[in-house]
Design a protein around this ligand. Sequence first.
Ligand code: GCO
Ligand code: MG
Length: 402
Amino acid sequence: MRIAEDRVIVTSPRRNFVTLKLTTEDGTVGWGDATLNGRELAVASYLTDHLCPLLVGRDATRIEDTWQYFYRGAYWRRGPVTMSAIAAVDMALWDIKAKKAQMPLHELLGGKARDRVRVYAHATGATIADTVADVKRLLDAGFTAVRAQTDIPGTEGAYGVSAPGQLYDPAKGTRPQETTWHTPSYLRHAPLMFEAVRDELGYDWDVLHDVHHRLSPLEAAQLGRSVERFSPFWLEDPTPAEDQSAFRTIRAHTTAPIATGEVLNSIWDVNTLITERLVDYVRTTVVHAGGISHLRRIFDLAHLYGVRSGSHGATDLSPISLGCAVHLDATIPNFGIQEYMAHAPETDDVFPHDYRFEAGHLLPGDTPGHGVSLDEEKAARYPYTPAYLPVARLRDGTLHDW
Ligand code: GCO
Ligand code: MG
């Protein structure tokens, strides 16, 4: 069964998404996500200019060989652009294979290892009291795990804080928004938020928190120590993820569980983190880490070392990624938790999908394939709009990690 047609679709139903559509000679369609927030067109070009010309005529059933052809066959490899492009091809080919087999993807991947996939939601607030109220709202809506973020006095544009009632959507404008960061204020304030959510809402739910790469290893260790007694489910990205040895310092000083990996793209990027047991959860995703084939390999390595999955699932990953993630999450032995920020209604309208939310969990659905597609007519109504993620500076103007 040969690949007959390819199409790369860039659409912006509230935010930008890059989608690959592959069609086989018998008319079977497979969909893949290639979205890389703020660098969308680089991946679209990688696909259109470099991968798609090699796809037409290839055997659609040979998923592993196609993966190796684009990864090992390329002298210049790894990195988010390459791995997102390969991921889109991989997702589309698994979609085609599962449709041909008339099986939902989870069945083709070995069948469900659990009935439902536990997810965590996002709570935000301009004040700690607002964050507590937002966590409560989410617990009332059925979530059992919530990421709590709050504005930090003395900084501007703290990570993860949205306007009341709005989805958190930091990518906007033709230039990155400038935010300010002040670590001492954060280290003082964040533990107060943990204390408040536990005091007000107890311990019968899991609290997560995203540091978003802002701390040094020692500062991260200090934060870990100061919040350990509130039983965090995890502290996410305490330090910039690419510095794998930094996690040795964090580990040596705190028992707070650590999650990282949303910006990492391959098994080699997480090798040290996993094999030295420096993290508890690995957050690599289907889209940014080479697709279902490669992410499964990462999770298998993690399983050997007792590290669990906790895939990134922000709204800049399209519903196609989320659909694939939920199928994979349902099948692996070492599933931890899945991030879930519901997409905007416009996004959901452009991407019809079979997964559904129920009582704090996602269910993958049972239609053949990964269960997500794109409505090309609707997509055409939302042209690409440039949007950058913010940057962060210290008070003296030094550029810091955002
Ligand atoms: C998360 C992430 C996101 C990222 C975003 C960048 O944990 O959900 O940190 O919010 O900032 O995906 O594109
Ligand atoms: Mg994060």
